[in-house]
Design a protein around this ligand. Sequence first.
Ligand code: ADP
Ligand code: MG
Length: 264
Amino acid sequence: MAKVIAIANQKGGVGKTTTAVNLAASLAATKRKVLLIDLDPQGNATMGSGVDKYELPATAYDLLVDDKPLLEVLVKDTSGGYHLVGANADLTAAEVRLMNLFARELRLRNALKEYRNSYDFIFIDCPPSLNMLTVNAMAAADTVLVPMQCEYFALEGLTALVETINQLAAAVNPELKIEGILRTMYDPRNRLANDVSEQLKQHFGDKVYRAVIPRNVRLAEAPSFGAPVMYYDKSSTGAKAYLALAGEMLRRADKRTVTAATSV
Ligand code: ADP
Ligand code: MG
């Protein structure tokens, strides 16, 4: 059964989409079955997967608002080897339309229900705001993965986000947990980044991934070639970092399974 992971941070430009695309591709490369749902009307994850957002026959809008089954909105042919539910500007209207629908917070959760057995991982790339789309992502997810830049005030933003996650969890998804906190665009020579990173580890302990994503221009270039970085420049530090993150996630999942099995 798939683990559903929302990639969220209310701040824009922290590496949510970059993480969604490259983590999905890295896990798909290890033969896991992966679905990526683009829930941002900007459609960056869609374009970054080599799918033209202007040519999509159906998008996440159809899934959320029009009750189209997942199979009918799915793009199976992406450059990253995973399945995609795409997004484009149409999704902006979903916000308003959702307001009038029954169980508006649970639309995505219900849409995924039947298909969870078909995947190992389902990632949801969230928009940079806490709107009804993000609420749908949080309600559908088992866990939230938070990418963040280690800069001044980052911890305050993170604390606010964790509070919001807790409130949302209480309202729509009591089982929701933090999957992990990912340091992105990291520059180890920057003292502030190191300080913030240390504080992060003190506050969130082993929730902070050991894998760190460095600032790497290849990661920024890859989307314009419509591909995850591992298929654009596989020897880049960015490609290696996301593969390391995928490995760490898989090891964490194994560890959890063993712990669960031994605790019975
Ligand atoms: P978000 O989805 O949180 O808004 P993005 O993933 O779109 O953030 O990243 C914002 C910008 O920074 C994009 O132009 C992206 O290519 C670039 N970027 C993201 N991660 C890195 C990185 N590790 N190194 C260099 N550039 C990056
Ligand atoms: Mg994004």
